[in-house]
Each structure stands twice: as structure tokens, then as C-alpha cells.
Design a protein around this ligand. Structure first.
Ligand SMILES: [Zn+2]
Length: 147
């Protein structure tokens, strides 16, 4: 079985490369509203392309939606537990606006950490040489059988 090594939760929280866990994914600072969305094209350490096909990050909108709906649900429950649900109409949107860069970045990171290895397995893990050799042997055997 080929090794399917990838970075863990700590790398995800720190916005690091999904394969090596060392290279940065974003070039700008998260606290700067002009540069928080700047995404690098590839990992500076292991050269993994962060965009396997054009428009790959469109899927991040679904993750972003899920993160924001989750925030609304958790925020509503928390505020009602403390008997402050009347403030929810102001508090939750303000919290979402403040946390927007974090939601944006982590929805892109979810694309890289969850969707990328599932959809682009060869690009993510790299095609192993043993696998190619095995395929070559199998095709040679098939040719011998036919002859
Ligand atoms: Zn990397």
C-alpha cells in the first residue's frame, strides 16, 4: 500500500501546506483586510500546486456557507444559554464580519485539506514509481497471455 501522508490539524489551524505541513498557503497577513485573501500558487517548500485546476477555490463557497451557518447556530445556542438571545441580531453578524478573514481562509484550507486529496489523488500524493512499474508488469503479462 502506498503511503498517504499528509499534514494534520495543527497545520490546518496554522494555514500551512496540506501535504508537507511546512509551507505557507497565504502570502499576506490575516489582520490586513487588503491582503488576507492573497493565496500563493504553490507550496514554497514541497512545490505542491494549490490550484489543481482553474476555479478550484469556487468550491470554498460551500465550506464558507457551512462555517457561517455553524457560527450562527453555535452563537444562537450560546447566547440563549446565557439568557442574552435578544442581542443575537447584533452580536452574531458583528462576530461574523470580524471573523470573515478567518472563515475565508479556512474554507479555502478545507478545499485543500479535504477535497484536494480526494479528487486529485495523483497530483496530491504524486504517482509512485512502484505503481507505474506494477502497471507495466501487468500490461506485459496481458500481452504474453494474448500471444
Ligand atoms: Zn508543501
Amino acid at each position: 500500500m502506498e503511503s498517504k501522508k499528509r499534514a494534520g490539524v495543527w497545520s490546518f489551524l496554522n494555514s500551512k501546506c496540506p501535504r508537507c505541513g511546512k509551507g505557507k498557503v497565504f502570502s499576506g497577513s490575516i489582520f490586513n483586510y487588503r491582503t488576507f485573501a492573497d493565496t500563493l500558487l504553490e507550496c514554497p517548500k514541497c512545490k505542491l500546486s494549490y490550484e489543481p485546476e482553474p476555479g478550484f477555490f469556487f468550491g470554498a463557497m460551500y465550506w464558507s456557507y457551512a462555517l457561517i451557518v455553524g457560527t450562527i447556530i453555535v452563537g444562537s445556542i450560546t447566547l440563549s444559554l446565557f439568557d442574552m438571545f435578544d442581542y443575537a441580531i447584533y452580536a452574531i453578524p458583528m462576530f461574523i464580519i470580524i471573523m470573515l478573514p478567518l472563515a475565508f481562509r479556512h474554507s479555502r484550507l478545507l478545499m485543500l485539506y479535504v477535497v484536494y486529496p480526494l479528487m486529485y489523488t495523483d497530483k496530491f500524493f504524486g504517482k509512485t514509481e512502484s505503481k507505474i512499474e506494477n502497471n507495466q508488469k501487468e500490461s506485459d503479462e496481458e500481452i504474453e497471455e494474448v500471444l
